[in-house]
Design a protein around this ligand. Structure first.
Ligand code: HEM
Length: 508
């Protein structure tokens, strides 16, 4: 039995996310504990619940099916998350919380691979480095209309200042084809959360024919069903037996039931340096006698073509039949072969999803590629494939900054946001034990997109199978993704927030 999910209490940014065209992330520092808590309480009625977000997502899906434009939102979607220092100033002991959350991200910077000085202060951070510009509160908002979003931001700041001081206001927007600035569709592979709504419907739509054993494991083909305790406190955990509910994940405090941890990293993307590194590596491979088709190397670094087509499903070119079909875009594994997947009866073709060959050695999708390092799926790693699902997180990345044509020198990049119930075992594990490690999960080099080793002038190399079929060790020099600040936060449910902020319990 899958648990009933409290869709009225959980914040809608945790699941299913906002999916709006325009967005903003505002980080604020608490200036005055008592007044800060009081004014924050007035924002709670505006927070978007999971049930609101599910409704908006359904409306977008309906419109897409009918070939209509994305529907305009009537209201701004809002999420709110709080840092450890603010909690402590309100009298809460954070020692029983996730250790990374308790200590704060700037203390974690060195272990995340960000270059730090002798005093361990992150050298490249432009906010949230220390006491003066620490981020104690994160507001994340989305809307279909940029002017409406700006007005809301102005109004919220008026409500919160001077008791909260903004340390970062970053607007973002959905780029064409949902592409991040290196030019690849992002936000494609997401775990599907198990559980049912109050109406008894599955939270994540099931699409595989019920008599196929994969229907128990996947929502859409290739999209793993994960027990909600991986993302939300108070629900059954994911164990190595994927179909069985594990023990309830205990909240670190009673008010964190229906809550989650939020990781935020503002990641600059140096698009020119990325292109130059690719060109230099292509030159190196060509000098070895390799014939490189256009875009071959860049796709190998990510593991997908720019439109999201997985290399394993289409090694030689992007294929819109795959990338435009949500039932095919994630349908691949690395180790075991996938026979055709029969679909649940909808009365409409197709009735099944074609077979995708495995690629255990990384002949097609290099083992060093970003998607393989951060999610080895059923492939090999030092922790064993049965433990991989437990590392998944809900990613909510937002692109920020102008297009290159508008302003080539401006900062641009990705506001990385992820929800999980363990920062240490999910986000931090993936960044430090896999992306930043040359020997794990498989030993072919650092993750070429996000891997870092604490050095500013990284000389790197990676190993992959070239078009000739030969394995080549290639130089791949430079740093293209630079963290400029961030923080760890809690995203409580609405009841938890009301408790924390003294709503409905004024004597508290
Ligand atoms: C600027 C930085 C980053 C860029 C440009 C980037 C880009 C991408 C792209 C293009 C994909 C493939 C499409 C998709 O499945 O969404 C992807 C997937 C993914 N990324 Fe990143 N990413 C970045 C940062 C990160 C960070 C910091 C993490 C975690 C530590 C991360 C974890 C993941 C995961 C878990 C997936 C899904 C892999 C799968 O399940 O197949 N990414 N990223």
């Amino acid at each position: 039995m899958e648990p009933k999910i409290d869709t009225e209490d959980i914040q809608g940014h945790v699941f299913p996310g906002f999916g709006t065209t325009h967005s903003v992330v505002i980080a604020l520092q608490l200036q005055n504990s008592v007044e800060g808590r009081m004014v924050l309480a007035s924002l709670v009625p505006e927070i978007t619940t999971m049930s609101d977000s599910l409704g908006k997502k359904d409306a977008r899906r309906e419109a897409a099916i009918r070939g209509l434009p994305r529907p305009a939102q009537q209201t701004v979607s809002l999420a709110l998350a709080i840092g450890a220092t603010a909690l402590r100033s309100w009298g809460h002991d954070t020692r029983g919380f996730d250790l990374s959350f308790h200590e704060g991200m700037s203390k974690d910077a060195a272990s995340l691979g960000d270059p730090v000085g002798d005093d361990f202060v992150p050298l490249e951070w432009t906010f949230a480095k220390g006491e003066e510009d620490r981020a104690d509160l994160l507001l994340i908002a989305g809307h279909s209309d940029p002017a409406g979003l700006e007005q809301a931001v102005e109004r919220w700041l008026q409500m919160l200042e001077p008791h909260w001081k903004p340390v970062l206001i970053e607007f973002g927007r959905r780029r064409d084809g949902d592409k991040e600035f290196f030019g690849f569709q992002d936000g494609v592979s997401q775990p599907a959360m198990r559980g049912v709504t109050a109406e008894g419907e599955y939270l994540s739509r099931r699409t595989i024919a019920a008599d196929d054993p994969r229907a128990e494991l996947f929502a859409k083909p290739g999209q793993l069903l994960i027990w909600p305790g991986s993302f939300l406190f108070g629900y059954s955990s994911q164990t190595t037996l994927p179909t069985q509910a594990g023990a309830t994940v205990t909240p670190p405090a009673p008010w964190m039931k229906n809550g989650s941890y939020l990781v935020f990293r503002r990641l600059l993307q140096n698009v020119t340096a990325f292109r130059e590194a690719i060109a230099a590596t292509e030159e190196f491979l060509t000098a070895q006698g390799e014939q490189l088709p256009e875009g071959w190397l860049a796709a190998r670094l990510v593991g997908r073509w720019p439109d999201g087509t997985p290399l394993t499903a289409s090694p030689d070119k992007a294929d819109a039949d795959i990338s435009k079909n949500p039932l095919r875009i994630n349908n691949f594994r690395f180790f075991a072969s996938l026979s055709p997947t029969p679909l649940a009866e909808t009365g409409e073709p197709p009735q099944s999803i074609p077979e995708v060959p495995p690629d255990p050695l990384g002949l097609v999708c290099p083992r060093v590629s970003h998607i393989r390092q951060v999610n080895p799926r059923d492939g090999i790693s030092e922790i064993g494939q049965e433990n991989h699902p437990g590392k998944l997180m809900l990613r909510r990345g937002l692109a920020f900054g102008p297009e290159e044509e508008e302003d080539p020198d401006a900062e641009r990049g990705l506001m990385f946001l992820s929800y999980q119930t363990s920062i240490v075992n999910q986000f931090k594990f993936v960044q430090t034990n896999w992306a930043n490690a040359t020997q794990r999960p498989t030993g072919d080099g650092l993750d070429p997109i996000i891997g870092q080793d604490g050095k500013q002038d990284t000389k790197r190399s990676l190993r992959l199978f070239a078009p000739s079929g030969r394995q080549r060790q290639c130089p791949f020099n430079g740093r293209f993704v630079v963290a400029t600040g961030g923080g760890y936060f809690v995203s409580p449910g609405i009841a938890g927030l009301k408790y924390l902020l003294g709503i409905d319990n004024p004597g508290d």
